[in-house]
Design a protein around this ligand. Sequence first.
Ligand code: TYM
Length: 342
Amino acid sequence: MTDAPTHKPLVFSGMQPTNTLHLGNYLGALKNWVRIQDTMDCIYCVVDLHAITQDAGYRHPGDLFQSTREVAAAYIASGVDPARSLLFNQSQVPEHAELAWIFNCVARLGWLDRMTQFKEKSGKHKERSSVGLYTYPLLMAADILAYKATHVPVGEDQRQHLELARDVAQKFNNDFEVPDYFPQPEPVITGAATRVMSLRDGTKKMSKSDESDFSRINLTDGADTIAQKIRKARTDAEPLPDSAEGLEGRAEAANLINIYAALADEPRDRVIGSFAGQQFSGFKNALADLAVARLTPIAAEMRRLLADPAEIDRILRRGAERARAIAAPIVADVKRVVGFVA
Ligand code: TYM
């Protein structure tokens, strides 16, 4: 039996402003963010401090802020409501970085050594990676815990980082003898497509950094591009199966079915039933129509919002003020707990 929760339910999540958002970001996270607004208070952040952990080509500072605006526009265009949910960019609330430093001193090196995403992102040249890329999960823990957030809607690839955030919270509470000070944030990983795979290779995650633009569907792609990418998506030679077991060992087929189910908001088994025994060509046409219907209105709304950057900037500024009003007293209290002040 678990104890009754003592922390007020609060949602926190974020995305990096590196390149354009894609279908994986949308189905794995954003779509769930929109839904969860109906039942809980939510804080959605554009994590620009995380974006500088990798050299993503921000030679000109203006590029980074333009990406921040685009990600904010994608949130709003997908249905995040800035009147209900808090929306801001991370660098404007200094408490994130301040708490991250304290967590750098709470967490153990061995914990970070286990992070698979660092291994993937640093590749063969670990020694040339930024130190920020290595400690990145601790900034993520600080993002969440600066608000004492309890629920974190993300895609499957963030599960390990959230486990680390839970360990950091626990160790802080133990080390400073403040039981239940920080909550144990819960990952919210739901829907039919928690891990959207590349359209070119069903064993690889759909990602912003894949060299091939045909591996992903960007939220800004037009109808023709979406349809073309889906028609060219890799598949196998068999027709679609009539049961979920029939998808075993068929990563590309399973990925397309999952994408369909998530976009249509239908259970996967129903999608499998509707297309059982059909060839991929017909299924891909249906999937292309569905993806175009769901995604092109988001792209159109993003364009509309980005035509008025001053309004986006106003939303971000207002969000940062409200976020800071929550995080500042918590981080001030943390400083007292740690002993920086009497
Ligand atoms: P990021 O920017 O890589 O991705 C943003 C969100 O999209 C999800 N996602 C996917 N979901 C399904 N299939 C995919 N192929 C796919 N690719 C990405 C991610 O799981 C994520 O939810 N560290 C985070 C950002 C972050 C954060 C936080 C998240 C910083 N602080 C605090 C939650 C709470 C990241 O790099 O996400």
